[in-house]
Design a protein around this ligand. Sequence first.
Ligand SMILES: NC(=O)c1ccc[n+]([C@@H]2O[C@H](COP(=O)([O-])OP(=O)(O)OC[C@H]3O[C@@H](n4cnc5c(N)ncnc54)[C@H](OP(=O)(O)O)[C@@H]3O)[C@@H](O)[C@H]2O)c1
Length: 311
Amino acid sequence: MSKLKHGLTRRHFLKSTGAASLLCSLVPGYLAAADSGVIKKTVPSTGERLSVIGLGTSRTFDVDSTTAAKSPLLEVMQAFFDNDGQLIDSSPMYGSAEAVTGALLERISNKQNLFTATKVWTNGKREGIDQMEQSMRLLGVDRIDLMQIHNLRDWQTHIETLLEWKAQGKIRYIGITTSHGRDHDELEEILQQLPLDFVQFSYNILDRDIEKRLLPIAAEKGIATLINRPYQRGGLFRKVRGKSLPEWASEFDCTSWGQFFLKFIVSHPDVTCVIPATSKLKHMVDNMAAGYGRLPDEATRRRMIKTIESF
Ligand SMILES: NC(=O)c1ccc[n+]([C@@H]2O[C@H](COP(=O)([O-])OP(=O)(O)OC[C@H]3O[C@@H](n4cnc5c(N)ncnc54)[C@H](OP(=O)(O)O)[C@@H]3O)[C@@H](O)[C@H]2O)c1
């Protein structure tokens, strides 16, 4: 998908200006072509296709849930769906983020491809069930697409419930998450043992530890991968402050540092979806643009690493 000035995608521009219907009447098939441009990857356990750019909610959505639907976050969420976004990741650990997500979703009409992902983050079977039921209420859904065990917490207990819930159709997929390197050895054993559909961990252009063992194991076991902390909580932008984007970034349809970082991640063949968090419309549009156009090949990915490591 070609990009317009200011990092807006053609799709967003067309939607926000109403130019889409004009173009559609002048150029038959135009929107159909634009619509088919989003990059999707396959969830190995079912073959379902998922847009590669998802949305995280930690901190950015932890605001007053009673006023969220009237806040700028509604535009942020709307831009996510207008640009083919699907997967939204939350957790009871993120304060009011689940309630805010639910309140915003209520106001979005084009959310037919929504894929809800949240987590269980407590100890004990009964506590886990109560928490997951609460998450459904807060998100306003009667089925969660992906339920993940947050930070490996009490996984031996929750896995039993998750298998039961999956069999009953209350959830569609089971996952587990971490963002800590110190959990990687235990996570590796868990991936070998449990019948998981998804695993979530941190990966970005400067933190590539999971390339060594976890990504290959996930690929071998047919487990989809979600990537958190793609911007190191914003730290990567501080690293490139004042630096110009290399000209060769245009070879993979990249017009900003945000797209540079996200395209690096989703171009890894064993990555399924990345979940950057943002509270700003401008950043959301920028992030979603990374889900369109060409991706860097392996040689270009090496060049991207060298560039960032040289700063
Ligand atoms: N253990 C776990 O399960 C676990 C752990 C960590 C994270 N996660 C999940 O992963 C998600 C992402 O990780 P994260 O929130 O820690 O950090 P992140 O996505 O790496 O970084 C978020 C920060 O980047 C900024 N940002 C976003 N898009 C930008 C853009 N295009 N240009 C410039 N700045 C931009 C945001 O600020 P603005 O608001 O100003 O845009 C925000 O401060 C979380 O929200 C959560 O859902 C899960």
